[in-house]
Design a protein around this ligand. Structure first.
Ligand code: PLP
Length: 475
């Protein structure tokens, strides 16, 4: 985060909230309260972070008022010169930061980025029956009749992604998401013994299924992926390799994941959110090799609504921050802290999926504590520890109650907690879990032993007070 922002940022926020208050006081109050709540909780949600005041302030402007459908220099609205500048700067930072030939910074979220990417891969790869006859260069230029024929082909493509209970994301081909309905989907899991990705099994599944798209990436897998191997598998079966690095983009940006662990040189298309370990505003972006760039560039209006220029401005600021050496140090601390957290949990008798971590999260199997993920999540919350329940491989409690909790380090690392503090966090988590018991046969109701919530709250408050969020920022 920028070093000396506090007085200016405090004044800016105070002024902004006063203006908001004059119109709708409840919104100003909720905004103030949110800061207080975030300051007071031990945030261990692996997908959340704290963006810098520079990132947050970049979003609060009249850039929000401008419509700019289209792409840089080619808009469907007049007067987009400043949005062009904003989008160009953000895309330039993204290309430089990740070493990618092409970057698209318009996606409003990670799911939107994945939808644009799927569309772009379909548009680039699927043979359009009428393309040559129509004299068109791109499927977007086909006639309605050609589209009618093409619809049947587009809707019949195959996608291979990581299964949900192994840590994959809904957008990687699962039913509640359109990706699970528009593609013939199959998923790969992890080895039942080691719980690690089994590349041989994955390759065998790919050979048999022959997907158009192989998706790599995860929301809840606590290990690094070998993207060179993923690319070999994709090449062997003629698939496009799409990597969704939403969770670990910060570790890529900070050069903790390099070589075979850096997806960008290996994937055809890489998507990400900007608000998780990358510590930017809520949003998404896409990196691609030139072959897919033209189709990705048509994301708006093909898939997306008008770009959010104020959020692209904040993405540019966050990406500029991520290019600073301090971000590399931060990313390394995120990984070191996850390791310390995992070691602390293991030492205190917990079972971790895959036996540990080498990224920014751990997946804790709470079965041995006699509770479900849902009960663990709620009891931890009572004690001021914010995590989220998560399925574990072959979860006997299913995706709603689950048997696991996902615990991540990006947010608290931004507050300055180090390995010693994360060992203490492990102690607090285990303290709560040991003192939680289910009520009867309920998978949701539980009892927390007397005094536990107070004890853990007090210990968490000490950790938080020693590592303040936005130090010096007063409203
Ligand atoms: N991809 C992955 C791997 C994710 O974990 C998530 C969110 O949790 C997304 C995509 C979706 O991001 P968003 O919530 O910004 O749409």
């Amino acid at each position: 985060m920028a070093a000396d922002y506090t007085d200016t940022a405090s004044a800016a926020y105070r002024a902004a909230l006063q203006v908001v208050e004059s119109v709708e006081p409840r919104i100003a109050a909720a905004t103030r309260k949110e800061l207080a709540d975030q300051r007071d909780s031990l945030k261990l949600i692996a997908s959340e972070n704290y963006a810098s005041p520079a990132v947050l302030l970049a979003m609060g402007s009249w850039l929000s008022d401008k419509y700019a459908e289209g792409t840089i220099g080619h808009r469907f609205y007049a007067g987009c010169q400043n949005v062009d500048t904003v989008e160009s700067v953000a895309a330039e930072h993204a290309r430089e930061l990740f070493g990618a030939p092409y970057a698209y910074v318009q996606p409003h979220s990670g799911i939107d980025a994945n939808l644009v990417a799927y569309w772009a891969i379909l548009a680039t790869r699927v043979e359009a029956p009428g393309l040559a006859a129509a004299g068109a260069k791109h499927v977007n230029e086909l006639s309605e009749a050609d589209w009618e024929a093409l619809r049947h082909t587009l809707g019949n493509q195959r996608l291979l992604g990581m299964s949900l209970d192994a840590g994959g994301h809904l957008t990687h081909g699962f039913r509640p998401n359109i990706s699970g309905k528009m593609f013939h989907q199959r998923s790969y899991g992890t080895d039942p013994e080691t719980e690690l990705l089994d590349y041989d099994a994955l390759a065998a599944a790919a050979r048999e299924f022959r997907p158009l798209i192989l998706v790599a990436g995860y929301s809840a897998y606590p290990r690094r992926i070998n993207f060179a191997t993923m690319r070999e598998i994709a090449d062997e079966v003629g698939a496009t390799l799409m990597v969704d690095m939403a969770h670990f983009a910060g570790l890529v940006a900070g050069k903790v994941f390099t070589g075979d662990e850096d997806p960008v040189p290996h994937a055809h298309v890489t998507t990400t959110t900007t608000h998780k370990s990358l510590r930017g505003p809520r949003g998404g972006l896409i990196l691609a090799v030139p072959e897919y760039a033209d189709a990705v560039d048509r994301g708006c209006p093909m898939v997306l609504g008008g770009p959010l220029a104020h959020v692209m401005a904040a993405k540019a600021v966050a990406l500029a921050e991520a290019r600073q050496p301090a971000f590399g140090t931060y990313a390394q601390h995120v990984a070191d802290n996850a390791k310390a957290l995992a070691d602390g949990l293991l030492r205190r008798g917990a079972r971790l999926v895959t036996g540990g971590t080498d990224n920014h999260l751990v997946l804790l199997d709470v079965t041995a504590f006699g509770v479900t993920g849902r009960q663990a999540e709620s009891a931890l919350l009572d004690a001021g520890v914010v995590t989220n329940r998560n399925a574990i491989p072959a979860d006997p409690n299913g995706a709603w109650y689950t048997s696991g909790i996902r615990v991540g380090t990006p947010a608290l690392t931004s507050r300055g907690l180090g390995t010693a503090e994360f060992d203490r966090v492990a102690e607090l988590v285990v303290d709560v879990l040991k003192n939680t018991s289910p009520t009867g046969s309920s998978k949701a109701k539980y009892t927390l032993a007397d005094g536990t919530a107070e004890r853990v709250h007090a210990a968490a408050a000490e950790l938080l007070a020693a590592n303040p969020l936005y130090p010096g920022l007063t409203l």
